[in-house]
Design a binder for this molecule. Sequence first.
Ligand code: SAM
Length: 305
Amino acid sequence: MSSRGLPRLPAVRDLIKLYGLSAKSQLSQNFILDKNVTDKIAKCANIIPENSVVVEVGPGPGLLTRSLLDLGVRNLVAVEKDRRFVPALEQLAEASGGRLKIIQGDMLKVDHMDILARFGNPTSQDSDTTLHLVGNLPFSVATPLLAQWLGRLWEKSGFFARHQSAMTLMFQKEVADRIVAPVSTSPRGRLSVAAQSLCRARLAYNLPGSSFVPRPKVDAAVVHLTPLDQPLLAVTFAELEHVSRFLFSSRRKTLRRIMRNWDDRGLVCLEESDLDANVRPQDLTTEQFNRLAASIVRSNLVMPP
Ligand code: SAM
């Protein structure tokens, strides 16, 4: 038995052989087979087991899942798209003494309420319970999934309707850098503004591509996101995305040149937002960016779709 009560289980490496679980590149399957590494990722989530429910996305053969259970997590739902992993995951669920439940489905489509219902325990809905979203995400799904979750966080719907929440997610390193990018750095862009308008975002752990089997062409990093008590959003999340897409498509131009697009009305917006017209979109703080977005939306300036 391991210290937190998981009975001895076959090694994940052996499970992969036993069930013939060769990696499917169309599902971005790059596994981590070193428990020291999955333990480190699980620790990045800062989970307090007594006050937490955890949703793991894309558990695959389940090594990160084991690390979460070894941390003492009491209430874990894992959502996996590929049916081939279900028997191995069900074996782990059985060994977990009721702490782990498996849902086979696509995380982009599964109803959050169906997942929350699997926690069963009414205390899991308590206001002092934190909902942790954890995953070594498929790179191909990671960005749309984060965008979807940020939108739901803004709406306070689904996972984010009542819970305090935190996200601890693996991304391709280049994407992770964009999420956490500070002002006036080259990775600063739409993803930075979207994430930082709603969350505190920090890079928690860098992983070289060599940590994965098969080895992807890129490196990876874990990002930890916690919702801001006072979000900086001054428009709807969809409006912010729209303005962001427009401004960052001209990231080499100064705000003055971009806003001239609408003649005087654009320049009035800039003045109204009290911003330096000589800087570029990536030089705006998240708060300044939202101020400009609010002014653009209020003035009904039409942007290309
Ligand atoms: N967590 C495992 C690990 O660390 O070794 C596997 C990580 S692998 C990068 C991504 C996993 O996500 C795969 O098991 C894949 O089948 C699964 N997956 C891909 N798309 C998914 C989706 N839309 N919803 C849920 N799981 C998905």
